[in-house]
Design a protein around this ligand. Structure first.
Ligand code: ATP
Length: 356
């Protein structure tokens, strides 16, 4: 463990609620200034992990270090962190300025200093013109920015975000994503960000940890998780639309896909000699349509410059293909597909681990 170079690190961090192992032996290294996303489906333990780092949840075992300090049992207020939650709970009777400065006022910071800090935060968050308004006169996105402002004024070393955008509508989410990304660039502060939305994690984070059932599945940059997933779970969780999985049979040195006869893939001799069957992952982005074949077009989604074509194989498997063609096949038509062979991902069907 490179304690010196990583700003935050956790060592064998676990949290058990009775028999539920919410977080199990998690070792993470987060660098100073990094935007680090905790990603996984509901119940995978990401909020519990964040709450342990914040100090809101006691650990069952393991340690947490921030900078040089072991903060495992330290009071939340002493850890140099600020939390931003999905429900922003602003005080309705206070103006934006008062809401943002309230924590500092409680800590008996002199009022001219509070003013200075609130004005600086308002400038970063583009909230200057709203400072004298009450929360009810603001949009959801503006309120979320005020909630972030409350944290910024305290000058934390680390921001912890717990699904901050999940209460906002789709358009606002995209807008706030841009805002949070800009904020991270301007403040340069370490951010740990919990989300179940892989697009949010992929677009915002420098690095992502994918969790399942309290266990780390993989840690990496967004593109390394997309291009080089270590198991079926990560391959299926990252990427939109979801990666297609089909069965492949190995005979001698040849790999064939019974449901996709038009696709030819090469495998290394070492894989061929150690497996008789593979699970093959083919991303919709790495497939294209060809005219003749036995795949039935179930429906198509035209989104403008790209479209998704949903196909059914003769034995009932579903395949999605991304297409940039203007003319799409009609529902019920029979088509074939070809694949960018170098992008195919192979997995062991039993262990679900990547085979390279
Ligand atoms: P979500 O996205 O739904 O919030 P999550 O990935 O953040 O999910 P956690 O909230 O960390 O997941 O929960 C992880 C597991 O721990 C779940 O099985 C949950 O039911 C359990 N859990 C969380 N808090 C408690 C608690 N206070 N008591 C008992 N079990 C808990």
């Amino acid at each position: 463990m490179t304690q010196q170079s990583s700003f935050i690190y956790t060592h064998n961090l676990s949290k058990h609620f009775g028999k539920v192992k919410a977080v199990e032996a998690v070792n993470l290294e987060i660098q100073e200034g990094e935007f680090f996303a905790l990603l996984g489906p509901s119940g995978c333990g990401k909020s519990t992990l964040l709450r342990m780092i914040s100090g809101l949840e006691e650990v069952t075992s393991g340690q947490i270090h921030i900078g040089e300090r072991d903060v495992t049992t330290m009071h939340p207020a002493d850890r140099g962190i600020a939390m931003v939650f999905q429900s922003y709970a602003l005080y309705p009777h206070m103006t934006v300025r008062e809401n943002m400065g309230f924590g500092l006022k409680m800590s008996k910071v002199p009022s001219n200093e509070i003013d200075k800090k609130v004005n600086e935060a308002a400038e970063i968050l583009h909230l200057e013109e709203y400072l004298d308004r009450k929360p009810k006169t603001l949009s959801g996105g503006q309120r979320q920015r005020v909630a972030i402002g409350r944290s910024i004024v305290r000058g934390p070393e680390v921001f912890l975000f717990d699904e901050p955008l999940s209460n906002l509508d789709a358009e606002l989410r995209v807008e706030m994503r841009v805002e949070i990304s800009r904020l991270h660039r301007e403040l340069g502060t370490t951010i740990i960000y919990v989300t179940h939305d892989q697009v949010e994690a992929m677009t915002l984070a420098d690095k992502i940890v994918v969790l399942k059932d309290g266990l780390i599945q993989q840690v990496g940059t967004p593109l390394s998780l997309y291009d080089d997933p270590e198991n079926v779970f990560v391959a299926g969780f990252i990427g939109s639309p979801t990666i297609n999985f089909v069965r492949g049979d190995i005979n001698g040195s040849k790999l064939s896909i019974p449901s996709l006869k038009t696709i030819k893939l090469e495998i290394d001799q070492s894989i061929a000699s150690s497996h008789s069957e593979l699970l093959i992952g083919l991303r919709p982005q790495h497939l294209s349509l060809v005219e003749s074949g036995d795949l039935e077009v179930e429906f198509t989604e035209a989104l403008g410059d790209i479209s998704y074509v949903y196909l059914k194989t003769a034995n009932g498997e579903r395949i999605v293909v991304e297409s940039r063609e203007e003319k799409l096949p009609s529902t019920g038509a029979l088509v074939g597909i070809k694949a960018k062979a170098s992008k195919a991902l192979f997995f062991d069907p039993k262990t679900e681990l990547r085979v390279k």
